[in-house]
Design a protein around this ligand. Structure first.
Ligand code: GLN
Length: 308
């Protein structure tokens, strides 16, 4: 469905035109060289309703680097596979530290604060790798199935670019391994994690793919991925931890569970109502998209929707 239609079409049109006036858009992530060249002027936004209807504005069909947004899907797969077991190895408290921080691990015996910072996501991907032998492939397949777009795929150049500058993630993984909290060989885990992060998808794809979080765990085909309780819990962890050390500010401004990535995307959920994805590559100093947070703030302000 094109922009302008559907229940939220007017709101999307308004946001899509207002965003042009936003002057300070932040800067693309530069620690992954292949992301550094992205244009902060790009902006897309999509809304998917629980019945699968999806519409959007501006660059909503343009694939971008999903990065940490994939952490939600990896966690969902692990919860779907073995329930609450993963919480022995990763916490669910906001970290208050940057997404790639090491500091807290030493005080908490190699158990990361939550599954949405890099350390926690490495633990989740490690578990998914043990359970399936193909963690990144499973995350990609879930995105394909839930979005209905078989073109969603890894971008080898992005994975390679990140691997070539991956000392911080390697340090996190080795440090946790020293506490016995990583089961796979670290190089294998890092390869899976970088592949998972390299997946390219559009706002349209991601708003659709996250639909199970607005449908109490029910997948696009009507089968169940998560129990209603698990879906509620994933949303809760997104709200408290999904935007790193800006999760408090994000809850204050947007009032929705959300998960960002350094590619400039953010997925957000209005349980029972819709899922959203915004994309604009310019980031603030916490690694969240400036125009993306702004657009979600506008959306919840204009519609009055929020989990509060
Ligand atoms: N692949 C990125 C990293 O590990 C993901 C970080 C992010 O999107 N915040 O550094």
């Amino acid at each position: 469905t094109a922009s302008g239609s559907g229940r939220f079409g007017g709101v999307l049109e308004q946001i899509g035109s207002e965003v042009a006036a936003l002057t300070d858009r932040g800067r693309p992530a530069d620690y992954i060289p292949l992301l550094a060249g992205a244009d902060p002027g790009r902006f897309g936004m999509a809304v998917a309703e629980p019945d699968g209807t999806v519409y959007g504005v501006n660059d909503w069909q343009e694939p971008f680097s999903t990065q940490s947004i994939t952490k939600v899907f990896a966690l969902a797969l692990v919860l779907a596979s073995e329930g609450e077991e993963i919480w022995r190895r990763v916490g669910r408290e906001p970290s208050g530290n940057p997404f790639n921080s090491l500091v807290q691990l030493e005080y908490e015996n190699g158990v990361p604060r939550n599954p949405f910072i890099n350390a926690g996501a490495l633990v989740v991907t490690d578990r998914l790798q043990t359970l399936t032998g193909n963690a990144a492939g499973r995350v990609r397949d879930l995105l394909r199935e839930e979005s209905g777009n078989p073109a969603v795929d890894f971008v080898a150049e992005v994975a390679d670019s990140e691997a070539a500058h991956g000392d911080r993630n390697a340090a996190l993984a080795h440090f946790m391994a020293s506490y016995g909290n990583i089961a796979n060989p670290v190089p294998e885990l890092l390869a899976a994690y970088f592949r998972q992060c390299s997946i390219a998808a559009s706002c349209q794809d991601l708003a659709s793919a996250a639909g199970f979080l607005a449908r109490r765990g029910v997948r696009a085909d009507g089968s169940m991925l998560l129990t209603p309780s698990q879906a509620k819990r994933v949303n809760a962890v997104m709200l408290t931890c999904g935007t790193y050390d800006a999760a408090g500010e994000f809850a204050y401004r947007v009032g929705l569970p959300g998960k960002s990535g350094v590619g400039g995307g953010i997925v957000a959920v209005v349980p029972g109502v819709c899922t959203l994805c915004v994309w604009s590559p310019g980031l603030d100093r916490r690694g969240n998209s400036v125009a993306g947070v702004w657009a979600l703030d506008r959306f919840t302000t204009l519609t009055g929707l929020s989990v509060f």
